[in-house]
Design a protein around this ligand. Structure first.
Ligand code: UD1
Length: 353
């Protein structure tokens, strides 16, 4: 059996890591197609190296552009790739433009489509990720959901019969990497001087692309005590430079994005996380580090319900929000047991039989 994975952006590589291993142990002929939506070493290759992901079989060399042109360019190239490899299934991950391009290509070529991390909803129709999720779930023949909440959303949209809760594959990776790095020193910038710090990331269009909003978030972060280690995504650096926003003021210590193991280790060493990333909200919860999410909503509602994540839309309210009491201890595992990738591959194989 041949399964072709389409990936392109950083969070997809993290999800691909355990899936590629599970494909191997199930004897699947796994073809990996990288759209090159993310192309910098720190956004792409380092994840393949650190997480032991096989080198992609195909690179589409698409790169950055407007959403329409970027997605369109991927679509234009994928027909030929799918024709050449003739997979039994196409597997797409998450909610990026690469996900949507892979999904559309598969269904247009009448190839069965599986969507991993199906059923997430922010119900915010201005987010590109929300468009990508909704489109992909409705195109997919098999929706591989990470949680019961996601299963509920799929059922509400009439997709229950083609949905399976396999658990969250990012939990598979996190548990492995946590074990790997827990006895090691965190490699942190000297400016932090061994003092307590928070980890922050910021990359969503709704936070980076509006100059006023970006300036007010950066101002809030720079005024925090203790210092904030800001891991700057290329989009953040590009927009900050464009809008004249200084990412090095006040208590900000700004560095490039970290490789995954170092990110996990840095979060473990931190007193808290401030982010607009989906994955990091979950990672913080699973490492039992309080998270504050600078958005109007979250897809990972379990983290909020369990008291480990607070959604704070207004940057001016950030400092007070970070002052809140420590979250209640919990041993809840809403994201599965770390064996989601194996279940995802089995679900595809079973659907074929
Ligand atoms: C994409 C995904 C988002 C995901 C995020 C994780 C979509 C719509 N969005 O957003 O869901 O959470 O990845 O990182 O697919 N850039 C570089 N080098 C790179 C990659 C990007 O410099 O390796 C720059 C580009 O020039 C562009 C910006 O970053 O200006 C945005 O990249 P893009 O892939 O369009 O979207 P992301 O913001 O990364």
């Amino acid at each position: 059996m041949r399964i072709l994975s389409v990936v392109g952006a950083r969070p997809e590589f993290v999800k691909l890591a355990p899936v590629a291993k599970a494909m191997q142990s199930h004897g699947i002929d796994h073809v990996i197609v990288h759209t090159d939506q993310h192309y910098d070493d720190s956004m792409s290759d380092v994840f393949f190296r650190d997480l032991g992901i096989p080198v992609p079989d195909v690179h589409l060399a698409i790169g950055s552009d407007t959403h329409g042109r970027q997605t369109g360019a991927m679509l234009a190239k994928l027909d030929e790739v799918l024709e050449q490899h003739g997979p039994d299934w196409v597997l797409v991950y998450g909610d990026t433009n690469s996900t949507t391009a892979g999904a559309l290509s598969a269904v247009k070529m009448h190839i069965p489509l599986a969507h991993l991390e199906a059923g997430l909803r922010s119900f915010n129709r201005t987010m590109p990720e929300e468009h990508n999720r909704v489109i992909t779930d409705h195109l997919a023949d098999l929706c591989l959901a990470p949680t019961e909440v996601a299963m509920g959303h799929l059922a509400t949209e009439g997709l229950a019969a083609r949905s399976v809760n396999v658990g969250d594959v990012m939990t598979d990776v996190l548990l492995q990497v946590r074990g790997m790095v827990s006895g090691t020193e965190a490699a942190l910038p000297a400016e932090l001087n061994g003092r307590p710090f928070r980890v922050a990331t910021l990359h969503r269009a709704e936070n980076t692309d509006d100059p006023e909003r970006l300036a007010s978030i950066v101002k809030a972060l720079s005024g925090l005590d203790p210092s904030t280690l800001l891991l700057a995504h290329p989009r953040l650096r590009a927009r900050a430079a464009e809008h004249g926003v200084d990412l090095t003021t006040g208590g900000l210590v700004t560095i490039d994005p970290l490789p995954y193991p170092q990110l996990v280790r840095a979060v473990m060493a931190s007193v808290g996380v401030v982010t607009d990333s989906g994955g990091l909200q979950k990672e913080a919860f699973q490492l039992r580090v309080p998270c504050t999410t600078i958005r109007t909503e979250t897809e990972w509602t379990e983290t909020v319900e369990l008291g480990w994540n607070l959604v704070v839309p207004d940057p001016a309210a950030l400092a007070d929000a970070l002052d809140r009491p420590a979250p209640p201890e919990t041993d809840a595992t809403p994201y599965g047991d770390g064996n989601a990738a194996g279940r995802a591959v089995e679900a595809i194989v079973n659907r074929t039989a």
